[in-house]
Design a protein around this ligand. Structure first.
Ligand code: HSE
Length: 337
């Protein structure tokens, strides 16, 4: 299976490392023999039709701080690379742009035009054009898979689609941003918002510009993806009312009453919102640290809550590998489990 990898940050590197570790099992269990023929980031495009030695590529980047000047560097733009070269799958782990989905949206369209399946952890294109993208890929017999876009390694999307199939999902409520959840937990312990945010940054949960996390936009993008997937709502970012956690205070009185505050993303029919809400400390959504939790309410079987790590390089890489296995099963005409 010939793969193009766009993005060589924490997730991209973890994906390559995980592919190496799992190589034998992927082949013996699923017949997957991946060959990375191109890797690109915002600075350079690397292409080798025989397959790139990814270990030495990562070392090259670590030693020089850039891919520029690599012997296999080609003078092409990333979208052109995706369109032109011979590969079956585009793996897109570029950073999410939640304003308009670009440039990832153009990469996905380049893959579509040139008949490539896509595995992505980038939320931007899905937050803005998910219904159209899914339809276009389906019409061409191509897969667009995005387990890693919501919940890192925790399979929220797969759980609702595969485990609750045959039932209508009435509503979704979740904590789907690890950074803001970490900050709120530390504020419960008495830290100020500012100090808790600094700590989240130091621990690598928050981005250098953490506004998408704390102002609710990261949660909104994930809510759009979850609700389109589970409830078929056909929504975009414009349909979500968003309020972040900048002005939240967690008083001792509130905690004494057995309550706390979490940044809750919810979809009830087509009412989509992200906002800080008071919830009981005993609510399954009152998760600790940087965890994520999502409750799906199904028509017959009721509320189901899944909790897990919502971010992290290795965790997101696990979701990408899961998608690779699903894709292989699809290519072989088998139903994924
Ligand atoms: N910044 C995100 C979070 C990472 O804190 O949840 C995963 O999308």
């Amino acid at each position: 299976m010939r793969l193009i990898l766009l993005g060589l940050g924490v997730v991209g590197r973890a994906f390559l490392e995980q592919l190496k570790i799992e190589r034998r099992d992927l082949y013996e269990s699923y017949g997957i023999n991946p060959s990375i023929v191109a890797v690109a980031n915002s600075k350079a495009r690397i292409y080798n039709p025989e397959g790139i030695d990814t270990g030495s590529l990562i070392r090259y980047k670590e030693e020089r701080g850039t891919l520029e000047g690599h012997p296999d560097e080609v003078d092409m733009e990333s979208a052109g690379l995706v369109r032109e070269i011979d590969a079956e799958v585009l793996v897109d782990v570029t950073p999410s742009n939640l304003t308009n989905g670009e440039p990832s949206l153009s990469y996905l369209k380049a893959a579509l035009i040139s008949g490539k399946h896509v595995i992505t952890s980038n939320k931007g294109p899905l937050a803005w054009e998910m219904p159209a993208l899914l339809e276009m890929f389906r019409n061409k017999g191509l897969k667009l898979l995005f387990s890693g876009a919501v919940g890192g390694g925790t399979p929220f999307l797969r759980f609702v689609k595969k485990c609750l199939s045959g039932e209508r999902i009435l509503s979704i409520r979740g904590v789907i941003n690890g950074t803001s959840n970490y900050i709120l937990n530390r504020m419960e312990e008495g830290l100020s918002f500012r100090i808790a945010l600094e700590e989240a940054r130091r621990l690598g949960y928050a981005e250098a510009d953490p506004s998408a996390d704390i102002d609710g936009w990261d949660s909104a993008a994930k809510l759009v993806i979850l609700s389109n997937w589970a409830m078929d709502l056909g929504v975009t970012m414009n349909d979500v009312r968003v309020k972040g956690i900048r002005n939240v205070e967690i008083s001792k009185e509130l905690l004494f009453k057995g309550k706390t505050i979490r940044l809750i993303a919810s979809a009830d029919d087509s009412d989509l919102k992200v906002q800080p809400e008071e919830i009981d400390k005993s609510d399954p959504l009152a998760v600790s640290d940087a965890l994520n939790a999502v409750s799906f309410t199904a028509e017959i079987s009721g509320r189901h809550t899944l909790v897990g790590k919502g971010a992290g390089g290795r965790e997101t890489a696990a979701a990408l590998i899961r998608d690779l296995v699903e894709l292989k099963m699809y290519m072989r005409g088998e139903k994924p489990c």
